[in-house]
Design a protein around this ligand. Structure first.
Ligand SMILES: [Zn+2]
Length: 474
């Protein structure tokens, strides 16, 4: 039984605080303090004011009996950053969605576009891809497909890219983003130069690595050596994007390498999403000659997002000329499970929906972890899963973005970003055929103290999302 309503109770004793919002009787799980207990929360002015077993009074009351009250989920890898995407993220329990892998070339413009208009918290990195497109005067797109995708840069162009990353970092970009597989002729030196800029600003480098799979030369193992070396040489923190979709069968080896690098005191982290297919632009350099051998797949393992059809040589050639998103079925369930189970991985979606088309991970990543991998498969405990969705992503960023110390936790003083779900029913409903289906079982989502989901229903006309941004230098 859930009750939410405005309780305006007159004549309190003056000593009794009345909070803006109280959440009563929920099973509060906080990965930082390892709390897992029934508690009441009092929230005012967008932050958590008290956590107690005592009864509390509030202007609004949520009865969370039988539900888990968790820190709001933090997605370090969400490309879709508009109203449509934020709705699906909210219904999947995400309170902060950050575009850190591709990023932007215009940090001020990016934040300005979302100010006062966002359902959930948002943030962006300064992107190497955007810097490269600008340096080579290629029209700005999500991923490069022209010169910036294909050729080596001159020294002057590398200098130009460094300056554009530096400008972005001075304007508070959260991190630096890389898609090296989309720019295969970016030299190792070019990448090192970008890491040097990131290091000066304490910014983590969120990298889609140069190579996928096992085939040498040019394996994902070699690609991970490149960026671990870059982190060691420059001192920049490294975050490896979607380790399982890049690693494929090499994933356990990549995870071992990261564990070893960490044991040498390098700051290296990684992430994964709970699906056996990735998705990318068919025109990109990823599908240059030899992709079948790299991924160990064929045309039939590609699914055209717009129609859901599996491809043949003929349709592949046709769509590659037009461009568009394609799902790549390159992983096994064993690879995905190994990645999810590893204590090294955070959960991050790599999501993007456009007019309801895209990958089911946009709408279902977090509910799928909680429903399928925690409840049904027992791959992770609830505490482990929530740690990967809340505390770990907050900690990844807090050196550069001190405000992240108040996210990913349920403690007094933390931002009131909370996700309240039914552990017995939470589940993903989005599929490769129907990617735009809201998750189930996410009952309430609170962003900066404001409910954006109530009793499982998305609220309209609320925009409590705030920018996640590093301190701006003038
Ligand atoms: Zn990627």
């Amino acid at each position: 039984m859930l009750i939410i309503g405005a309780l305006l109770i007159p004549a309190f004793p003056s000593s009794q605080t009345v909070y803006d919002l109280v959440i009563l009787n929920g099973r509060v799980i906080d990965p930082e303090s390892r709390t897992d207990a029934v508690r009441n929360l009092g929230i005012s002015n967008g932050s958590i004011k008290t956590i107690t077993s005592n009864t509390l009074r509030g202007r609004t009351v949520i009865d969370a009996r039988g539900l888990v009250v968790a820190p709001g989920f933090i997605d370090l890898h969400q490309h879709g950053q508009d109203e449509e995407n934020y709705r699906f993220k909210a219904m999947d329990g995400v309170t902060t969605a950050l575009e850190l892998e591709v990023g932007t070339g215009d940090v001020d413009g990016w934040y300005a576009q979302r100010e006062q208009k966002a359902l959930i918290n948002y943030g962006v990195s300064a992107g190497h891809l955007a810097a490269r497109m600008a340096a080579m005067h290629e029209p700005m797109k999500f991923l490069p497909t022209g010169e910036a995708a294909r050729r080596a840069a001159t020294d002057a162009e590398i200098e130009d890219m460094k300056q554009s990353l530096e400008r972005g970092l001075k304007r508070g970009a959260v991190a630096v983003g890389f898609g090296i597989q989309y720019t295969p002729n970016a030299s190792r030196w070019e990448i090192l130069e970008m890491f040097r800029v990131a290091a000066r600003y304490g910014a983590s480098c969120h990298v889609h690595m140069r190579n996928a799979g096992m085939k040498e030369p040019g394996s994902s193992i070699q690609a991970l050596e490149e960026v671990i070396s870059a982190a060691a040489i420059t001192g920049a923190p490294l975050h490896v994007a979607h380790i399982h979709s890049t690693g494929g069968p090499a994933t356990p080896k990549l995870l071992q390498m990261i564990a070893e690098a960490k044991s040498r005191k390098l700051d290296v982290t990684t992430e994964c999403y709970p699906y056996i297919a990735g998705m990318t632009e068919i025109k990109s350099a990823i599908f240059d000659e030899g992709w079948q051998e790299v991924f160990g797949i064929d045309y039939k393992d590609l699914q055209w997002a717009a129609t859901g059809e599996r491809l043949t040589k003929e349709t592949f050639d046709r769509y590659r000329k037009i461009g568009g998103m394609v799902a790549v079925f390159s992983m096994t369930e064993e690879i995905v499970t190994a990645a999810i189970k590893s204590p090294l991985t955070m959960i991050a979606s790599d999501g993007i929906l456009e007019n309801g088309k895209g990958h089911p991970r946009t709408a279902g990543t977090y509910s799928r972890i909680l429903g399928h991998y925690v409840r049904e498969q027992g791959t992770l405990t609830l505490m482990e899963a929530l740690t990967k969705m809340t505390l770990m992503p907050a900690q990844r960023l807090e050196r550069r973005v001190p405000s992240m110390r108040n996210k990913g936790r349920i403690r007094v003083g933390a931002d009131a970003d909370l996700t309240i779900f039914d552990p017995q029913t939470v589940n993903d409903r989005s599929t490769f055929q129907e990617p735009a289906k809201y998750a189930g079982g996410i009952k309430f989502v609170i962003v900066n103290g404001i409910a954006i989901v109530k009793d499982g229903e998305l609220q309209s006309n609320v925009h409590p999302g705030r920018p996640v941004r590093a301190p701006v230098e003038d």
